[in-house]
Write a protein that binds this ligand. Structure first.
Ligand code: 5GP
Length: 185
């Protein structure tokens, strides 16, 4: 493929902007204040699940105005033969004991809810002081398990989104906004 057709294909993938960069930043400021107010003076560990949440984590942690620590994990879930729960395989784990922390999971999107359901269970088994989930996006229509994030910055209908850390085949993560992906591209 020549350079022009690569760029054309890439641009065709962006159907329309659904959440602008400004809207994202305003919602992050508000959510950061909520977390800062409710955990003030307590030991907080923000935990992000790579890769999708890395952009959100970078902005969200800077909206937290109280002391906090940051950790990253990589996890893959397998749901063979079951729709409601799976096995989470940790491909990169946190590098510390979380028993003295209030854990705040910082996630990009909750879709069926299975991944986070499993991750929350797994982190709770390590006996942290508490576990809460902040997600940038929530698609409740798609839920397959009974899972509700504590804070969802935006609720969206059932369409595939890209940008602001979210990918399609590893592309589009660097878009500063959230867009609907054009499935025909
Ligand atoms: P689930 O909640 O179904 O277990 O999975 C959540 C994961 O599926 C997210 O962390 C994300 O990687 C992926 N995902 C779900 N919906 C979308 C979407 O609309 N766009 C993108 N790029 N990824 C999605």
């Amino acid at each position: 493929m020549d350079k022009n057709s690569v760029v054309e294909k890439y641009e065709r993938g962006i159907k329309r902007v659904v959440i602008t960069a400004e809207e994202i930043q305003a919602a992050i400021k508000e959510a950061g204040k909520k977390i800062s107010d409710s955990y003030d003076g307590k030991p907080i560990l923000l935990v992000s699940i790579l890769k999708g949440a890395f952009v959100f984590m970078a902005d969200f942690c800077r909206a937290i105005t109280v002391p906090c620590e940051i950790g990253f994990m990589c996890a893959k879930s397998y749901y063979e033969g079951t729709v409601s729960s799976g096995v989470v395989k940790i491909t990169m784990d946190l590098d510390k004991d979380i028993s003295n922390y209030h854990v705040v999971i910082v996630e990009d999107i909750v879709d069926t809810g299975r991944t986070l359901n499993d991750i929350v269970k797994m982190l709770k088994s390590r006996n942290p002081l508490s576990v809460r989930v902040v997600t940038l996006l929530d698609k409740p229509e798609r839920r397959l398990v009974d899972f509700k994030p504590d804070i969802a910055l935006f609720t969206i209908p059932d369409y595939f989104v890209i940008g602001y850390g979210l990918d399609c085949a590893e592309m589009y993560r660097n878009l500063p906004y959230i867009a609907e992906f054009n499935q025909e591209a």
